[in-house]
Design a protein. Structure first.
Length: 361
């Protein structure tokens, strides 16, 4: 059975989601939403950078797309700077009976213990009333620090600590708001980025720490422990998002630790550079300019590193692709799931079924 899908946004993730939906044998693209008036009326294939039209014209008419009653919406709109509004959007979609997979807001990846019940309840109730499911995921927060680490622990005899790392050069990551305003790259060192205000890291990435702990049946101390280190630029740098003058913030290392009796047990950790030469003392990927690394300390000790890059060699482009495709490939499972919020703990094995080059659609 082919599932009808609306793609919601055509930005750095959405354009890859369109290509992924088009390539997926079980999905049919029936609509595309855009926020930019200049994109209205353009063919989805053009917006996705494909070499052909898809016969679907982009629109900013929200009600018209909902009226299509698609089986699912793949929602990849920017949510980092409009969390409340995006939650309202997702709630409205599931209330209308439309299943949703979304790249954000990331607090919904595993909202339990992150959001108060008073905020989770209306989303869950709307989904159940509409008979629809909502799954928020991607690569990080997402597969790299929920499915991957939990799969590794199935090999463990004893676990002392699980550490999920992103190690990446963000110089080619195009998200000016995220880079400049949220992280503070290129800002004076006395600038206070929102993301490092007390409690914000736990809102943004604490969900993955709590979900891994839940998957292992572990009760964590409260609150989660946040740590961060900001590094100034030793010279001028350029990125695709923001310029980074000498002396401004150029790199950051942060951790969100879930502890048991004061001991780190589940840790989410990021080492983020804006040029490969920065912070030589920090860990580096074994291959390329970006990776996700899972380190399980215990019996046995295990390390798995997942590196990626696009055909053009850029790991930030492939980062957008893997985020999009984790969502697109999850659509059939989310449509089949019981109504409500669906986390990685509720999902079956998701694969790239039907995507092998040369296989019949």
């Amino acid at each position: 059975m082919t599932l009808s899908v609306v793609e919601w946004s055509t930005g750095t993730v959405g354009r890859h989601a369109i290509a992924g939906i088009d390539a997926h044998p079980e999905l049919e693209l029936v609509g595309v939403w855009v926020s930019d008036p200049a994109k209205v009326g353009k063919d989805a294939g053009q917006l996705a950078g494909l070499d052909r039209d898809l016969g679907i014209l982009a629109t900013n008419d929200r009600d018209a797309l909902i009226a299509l009653k698609p089986d699912a919406i793949v929602h990849t709109a920017m949510t980092d700077d409009r969390v409340a509004e995006s939650i309202a959007d997702l709630t409205a979609f599931v209330a209308a009976g439309i299943n949703v997979v979304s790249s954000g807001p990331v607090i919904l990846q595993y909202p339990y213990g992150v959001l108060p019940d008073a905020m989770i309840g209306p989303i869950q109730d709307a989904a159940i009333a509409g008979g629809a499911s909502l799954h928020v995921n991607g690569i990080d927060p997402g597969f790299a620090n929920d499915v991957l680490p939990l799969a590794m622990t199935s090999l463990s005899q004893e676990i002392d600590e699980i550490r999920c790392l992103e190690i990446a050069d963000y110089s080619t990551y195009y998200q000016p708001v995220v880079m400049g305003e949220l992280f503070g790259f290129g800002k004076p060192m006395d600038f206070s980025p929102m993301i490092f205000a007390p409690g914000v890291l736990s809102l943004a990435w604490g969900s993955v720490v709590r979900q891994v702990a839940a998957g292992l049946g572990v009760t964590l101390d409260e609150p989660l422990v946040e740590r961060h280190q900001r590094v100034a630029a030793d010279r001028d740098y350029e990125t695709v998002s923001v310029p980074i003058p000498e002396g401004t913030m150029a790199a950051v290392h942060f951790e969100i630790a879930g502890q048991v009796d004061g001991v780190d047990r589940v840790v989410l950790e990021h080492y983020t550079r804006t040029h490969p030469d920065q912070c030589p003392e920090w860990p580096r990927p074994n291959e390329g300019d970006g990776c996700y690394r899972i380190v399980v300390t215990g019996e046995p000790a295990m390390t798995v590193e997942m590196s990626h890059h696009g055909r053009d060699g850029d790991h930030n482009v492939s980062g957008m692709i893997v985020t999009a495709m984790r969502l697109v490939n999850s659509v059939p499972a989310v449509v089949a799931a019981d109504p409500g919020i669906v986390t990685a703990l509720d999902m079956p094995l998701v694969t790239g079924r039907g995507l092998v080059t040369g296989s019949a659609r």
